[in-house]
Ligand binder design. Structure first.
Ligand code: NCD
Length: 335
């Protein structure tokens, strides 16, 4: 793997990344959160769109691996003076950076950048297209909730997940629609017709079963409900259904929560409380919202390590091939 542009990947690759993230996750319990793996490497976070958790968790991940991390945001950069993505990318690459994490409102921008700059590129969300590290962290958090500390090596076989909301405009939904079934999960897309992707000839949407009734899907007692933010900024002023209709039909209200049993309640953030879900749903025991954020650091450490640690990048992404002193589990690797 030279870049991480999409969540479309074979099962064994996904599991290897999740297992590596399990190794990285152990750093959360340490007082001294520093591994030497990327010492001397420089990573640029190039963010043309707003972000709280994705940008800061990539920054934390890079720093915990001892990389130098520089944040460049669209607003304060020469992009706001009309510089093209290609020129911005080539400029950053010319400074000798080792990898670029990019978020852009333009679907496909990270793939173009990867062609142009000849350095590892990580897609941190592109338009309505893909957000691979989000899908990986969602899978990580869910796998941990189901399998606990015995999660290593496992997929999500037979786990029934409903992705609810604005699927059509959501790169998180698209990435999860690619990754979760590859891990063996049974995914159903749920939302108002206007928020569901265009059906394929076989009636599936993104290759998956789609339903409009959240109540019917809750009646099936899924193992997890993944709620998505209503992407008002991507709807060009046309919002259908109305906010009131959305809450009536698709919000995880306290009443629906009571019917859901102990299903995991997931949300990539940022949440609109009272719209996608109630505060009780967001803050209750079944909520994985903050566990997903924590998982984001571990997954991004795993991805940065896979792409940028030279001894690893040249050596396939296999936990067995990692030198012992790079393993977070090993105190000797901590500096
Ligand atoms: C998502 C994004 O930006 O794609 N957030 C995230 O990365 N955690 C989802 C969203 O904006 O709704």
């Amino acid at each position: 793997m030279k870049h991480l542009l999409t969540a479309a990947m074979p099962r064994d690759e996904a599991i290897a990344l999740l297992d590596l993230a399990e190794d990285m996750h152990q750093i959360q319990d340490r007082e001294l959160k520093k591994l030497p793996a990327l010492r001397g490497r420089t990573v640029v976070n190039l963010f043309f769109e707003d972000s709280t958790r994705t940008r800061s968790s990539f920054e934390i991940a890079g720093k915990w691996l001892s990389a130098d991390v520089i944040n460049v945001s669209g607003k304060g950069s020469s992009a706001s003076k009309g510089e093209s993505l290609r020129d911005t990318g080539l400029t950053i690459a010319a400074m000798g950076v080792d990898g670029v994490v990019v978020r852009s409102g333009a679907s496909g921008a990270p793939a173009l950048l990867a062609d142009w700059i000849g350095k590892p590129v990580i897609n941190a969300g592109d338009g309505t297209h893909d957000h691979p590290t989000q899908a990986l962290l969602d899978a990580f958090a869910l796998r941990r909730r189901i399998h606990g500390r015995a999660a290593r090596g496992k997929g999500l076989d037979g786990v029934r997940i409903a992705i609810v909301g604005d699927i059509a405009h959501s790169r998180v939904a698209r990435s999860n629609a690619l990754l979760l079934p590859a891990l063996g999960a049974e995914v159903t897309l749920v939302g108002p017709a206007a928020f569901l992707p265009v059906p394929a000839a076989d009636g599936t949407r993104l290759g998956l079963r789609a339903e409009t009734s959240l109540d019917a899907v809750i009646g099936e007692r899924p193992d997890a409900l993944m709620l998505l933010r209503v992407q008002l900024e991507r709807q060009a002023g046309k919002v259908a259904p109305s906010v009131g209709e959305y809450i009536t039909g698709w919000s995880l209200t306290d009443e629906r929560l009571a019917r859901l049993g102990d299903a995991a309640i997931m949300h990539p953030g940022p949440m609109n409380r009272g719209l996608e879900l109630s505060s009780r749903a967001a803050d209750g025991d079944a909520s994985t919202v903050l566990a997903q954020v924590t998982a984001g650091v571990s997954v991004r450490m795993a991805v940065l390590y896979s792409l940028l640690a030279s001894d690893h990048a040249t050596d396939q992404r296999s936990a067995d091939h990692r030198p012992a002193d790079h393993r977070p589990a090993n105190d000797g690797g901590l500096r």
